[in-house]
Design a protein around this ligand. Structure first.
Ligand code: NAP
Length: 354
């Protein structure tokens, strides 16, 4: 299928979210017409930042109410669109039948649109790697698009915290199969790493989770992430650009998946230190570690960290497909902190005056 043309009309689901909001903004910057799909158009906390975008005043950006739990939810919105960036979360990743059902709702609206030719489906690196069993990382330490979590592993169940990872794979496959069957549109998967960068609206500070973790650092505490995994990051703006690049790339094919990350991996305690290094003006009081791990996990910290240190993160497929140059994590941390303070009014805990 041909990529969507420049200045085409693109629908963005999850448009009030962290990544969705940036995708809307950068699509507008590149001259596209955008239909931003949110659950509540009239919730000022979630949509005022969209309505403040210049494209809203001219009508190039329009807002639409849709809940993907409803069959036919996007029928009217997708009609006349060339592309869809399906970025929204679903309400429950732990119920595979529900995940399949909401995919069917969205696919139905795409099929009935008669106009959509390219869909980018937002998955996650959770559909590439899984933290359920670190021996999997030992056995297969190269993180690339052809890698999947071991689906036969008995630990892979919603009860063991794998619902998100499983749900993302259900969606990837549902969209690729439906596009194949249709023959009228392509489904391309984007698997983002940990999104860091500026929020555009105060409500986004509580989402994420990575910007929320940075907020807690500003407020004096930090936690180790699951099983001592370092942050494997992408700037939220670069992630949005990857989505736009996949909508417009002429070199991608239905069913292909692409990882969006810079390949920068950084330990959480280093991110705390980075805030002070990058923004000494804040005089941030060093955040205190809150360790919720049981002793049996803590005893294995060095072993787990050594496993992650062996991992090799790859992104050459995305760079080739969309011509991306990923920005350094330092810029993402700095811009995230400044936005938390300026947009959301977060007040960092500071060192006492000398
Ligand atoms: N953030 C990351 O680090 C990261 C990493 C990998 C993958 N991802 C993926 O990227 C996507 C966006 O993540 P994000 O961090 O930007 O999330 P976010 O800020 O929480 O935004 C997600 C949006 O999904 C929408 N949504 C949730 N349930 C919905 C429903 N039933 N119907 C319609 N919309 C619904 C919400 O819309 P309303 O605001 O209108 O209620 C929300 O704004 C997700 O698919 C996520 O899995 C994110």
């Amino acid at each position: 299928m041909a990529p969507i043309p420049r200045r085409a009309t693109v629908a963005v689901t999850g448009a009030a979210g962290f990544l969705g909001g940036w995708t809307v903004r950068l699509l507008l910057d590149q001259g596209f017409r955008v239909r931003a799909c949110v659950r509540q158009v009239d919730d000022p906390k979630r949509t005022d930042f969209l309505k403040a975008m210049p494209g809203y005043a001219s009508g190039r950006l329009t807002l639409h109410a849709a809940d993907l739990d409803q069959d036919g939810c996007y029928d009217e919105i997708f009609r006349g669109c060339h592309g869809v960036a399906h970025i929204a979360h679903v309400s429950d990743y732990n119920d595979p039948a529900y995940v399949q059902r909401v995919c069917d709702h969205i696919i139905g609206s795409i099929d009935r649109s008669g106009s959509v030719s390219r869909v980018v489906v937002t998955s996650s690196i959770a559909a590439i790697i899984s933290e359920m069993d670190l021996q999997e990382v030992v056995r297969r330490p190269v993180f690339f698009e052809g890698r999947y979590p071991d689906e036969m592993n008995p630990k892979r169940s919603p009860e063991r915290g794998q619902g998100y990872s499983m749900g993302k794979l259900i969606a990837e496959r549902a969209f690729a199969a439906a596009a194949d069957l249709s023959g009228n549109w392509d489904a391309i998967t984007c698997c983002p790493g940990d999104n860091v960068g500026p929020i555009q609206s105060a409500h986004q500070k509580d989402m994420g989770p990575w910007q929320h973790f940075i907020e807690t650092m500003l407020l004096g505490e930090y936690e180790q992430s699951g099983v001592y995994r370092p942050w494997m990051t992408v700037d939220v703006r670069d992630d949005a650009l990857c989505h736009i690049g996949l909508l417009t790339s002429g070199s991608v094919r239905n069913g292909e998946r692409f990882i969006a990350w810079s390949t920068d991996a950084r330990k959480v305690e280093d991110i705390c230190a980075d805030i002070s290094r990058l923004l000494p003006e804040i005089r941030l009081a060093p955040p205190v570690l809150v360790d919720r791990f049981p002793d049996r996990i803590r005893a294995r910290e060095a072993e787990f960290r050594a496993i992650w240190a062996q991992a090799e993160l790859r992104n050459e497929r995305m760079r080739a497909a969309v011509g991306m140059t990923f920005r350094p994590l330092d810029d993402s941390i700095r811009d995230c902190v400044e936005s938390l303070i300026s947009v959301a009014g977060v007040k960092p805990v500071t060192l006492p005056e000398d």
